[in-house]
Design a protein around this ligand. Structure first.
Ligand code: NAI
Ligand code: MG
Length: 497
């Protein structure tokens, strides 16, 4: 099989899609010659086959990354690292429509939303380009006979495993900080969405990065992903995906070379609406909080708690709002919600809807497949839910939410914190004191007030509790990819005393 194929998108026409593994600055076939197909979730038909990385290819990619790390990349100045990232960011901007169209084709996300994703990718890469030459240590004064300082050094070869829900945004969130801090990387895309990552790899080459600094491979979790997390020559692994796999990655790291681990995992985020909220605004944000990206967001506001004074009014208006979300062809200009990414995800979500019904929750709207082709699911709202129900505790990762009533601020805080997750939360109120008090009490890495999903590359993002370890984005992400070295120089004086 060749290393690229001509494909076509309804928005951008024909383009050349790379299909090889991007290792040491070149697209190549896998050692074992395997391939797998990527599916278009809108049609359920294969788009194209890509080359598959197995354990052996992970070895080849890690060797390339190691060689680059020990060799040429070490000598590259921080200023030059900035320039590479700026160039890559510019290339994302220049190819914005095409990259967005590839995302819509491979993942099913609405094209208008995908364009926002790509703009955010460019912003993120540029932001970390800005950090590359601002990574500094400290001089620490202990006594007059010693001169001590710290350096923030790169960790080495990093493995990065990303999911399919924001294929290119997760690519950019990972690549920006790893490269800014002087590491090299082997990144594995999700098997459902390999295409954008490969096109971005082509842009890496165009940006002029030295070979081996950024390696991008397509492959499955159980083979290529597992090989990354257990690899003896990978110094750090960063993962975004399910909590189940996050645990496996930590175990593999512990059982191999104790590589450093950061995890960005699932969530079951509460969206809390007080009686005094601006109800129309709150409904818009609650709708966006759960249905954006078809509910396939780690921070999706899937548990909606509304104070009893406005509950009846809220639920009627919210049902109308959610039912009006346009579900359909991701390339249609008015589409808000495309298909779920895969048959497996579709089945999982329908399984949760079933579980909700069986446990006695009431379907207020939706609850069914939409159409007969593609993995489309109607926006779904459950009421009559209790905290112990499966649909209130487990991440559904689809266009499905539950709505419940609360009485007091204490109740809202208690139910808000009542899962094992702690990724995000939101509070809707016009009272500043309520907003701050409740935000302080919620055990979540991000709290939005009178808003939802306001992610920005300057703001740290990550989980409390079982939602993860470490923070991505912002200055905080630099800590994932640097280690502190202390250097102490003895200036003179007696050995002791
Ligand atoms: P997953 O956690 O299996 O997949 C995410 C990534 O991990 C993919 O690149 C996959 O190839 C890789 N992977 C899978 N098994 C691995 C292993 N043993 N070792 C190393 N890497 C491995 O998630 P999946 O099955 O695609 O989705 C299942 C659920 O996970 C979703 O329903 C959702 O609840 C959650 N999820 C959360 C995401 C987030 O953004 N936090 C993103 C994707 C899924
Ligand atoms: Mg696909």
């Amino acid at each position: 099989m060749s290393l690229s194929t001509t494909l076509e998108t309804p928005q951008t026409g024909k383009y050349e899609q790379p299909t090889g593994l991007f290792i040491n600055g070149e697209f190549t076939k896998g050692v074992e010659g395997k391939t797998f197909e990527s599916i278009n979730p809108s049609t359920e038909k294969p788009i194209v086959a890509v080359h598959e990385a197995t354990e052996k290819d992970v070895d080849v990619a890690v060797s390339a990354a190691r060689k680059a790390f020990e060799g040429e990349w070490r000598k590259v100045t921080p200023e030059q690292r900035s320039k590479y990232l700026f160039k890559l960011a510019d290339l994302f901007d220049q190819n914005l429509d095409l990259l967005a169209a590839i995302e819509s084709l491979d993942n099913g996300k609405a094209f208008a939303m995908a364009k926002v994703d790509i703009g955010m990718c460019a912003g993120c890469l540029r932001y970390y380009g800005g950090w590359a030459d601002k990574i500094t240590g400290k001089v620490i004064d202990t006594n007059s006979e010693t001169f001590s300082y710290t350096r923030q050094e790169p960790i080495g070869v990093c493995g990065q495993i990303i999911p399919w829900n924001f294929p290119l945004l997760m690519w950019a969130w990972k690549i920006g900080p790893v490269v800014a801090t002087g590491n090299t990387v082997v990144l594995k895309s999700a098997e459902q969405t390999p295409l954008g990552a490969l096109y971005a790899a082509k842009l890496v080459k165009e940006a002029g990065f030295p070979p081996g600094v950024i390696n991008v491979i397509s492959g499955f979790g159980k083979t290529a992903g597992a090989a990354i997390s257990a690899h003896m020559d990978i110094d750090k692994v960063a993962f975004t995906g399910s909590t189940v796999v996050g645990r496996q990655i930590m175990k593999a790291a512990a059982g191999s070379n104790l590589k450093k681990v950061t995890l960005e995992l699932g969530g079951k985020s509460p969206n809390i609406v007080f009686d005094d909220a601006n109800i129309e605004d709150a409904i818009s944000w609650v709708n966006f909080g759960i249905y954006f990206n078809h509910g396939q967001c780690c921070c999706a506001g899937s548990r909606i708690y509304v104070q009893e004074g406005i509950y009846d009014k809220f639920i009627e208006a919210f049902k109308k709002r959610a039912a009006a979300n346009k579900v359909g062809d991701p390339f249609a200009s008015d589409t808000f919600q495309g298909p779920q990414v895969s048959q497996l995800q579709f089945d999982r979500i329908m399984g949760y809807i079933d579980a909700g019904r069986k446990e006695g929750a009431k379907v207020e709207i939706g609850g069914e497949r939409q159409g007969d082709k593609g993995y489309f699911i109607q926006p779904t709202i459950f009421s009559n839910v209790s905290e112990d129900m499966k649909i209130m505790q487990e991440e559904i990762f689809g266009p499905v939410c539950s709505i419940a009533k609360f009485k007091t601020e204490e109740d809202a805080i208690r139910v808000g914190n009542s899962t094992t997750y702690g990724l995000a939360a939101a509070v809707h109120t016009q009272n500043l004191n309520t907003a701050i008090r409740v935000s302080n009490e919620l055990r979540a890495g991000t709290v939005w007030v009178n808003a939802y999903n306001l992610l920005h590359h300057q703001l740290p993002f990550g989980g409390y509790k079982e939602s993860g370890i470490g923070r991505e984005l912002g200055e905080a992400a630099l800590a994932n990819y640097t280690q502190t070295k202390t250097v102490s120089i003895r200036l003179g004086g007696a050995l002791f005393g």
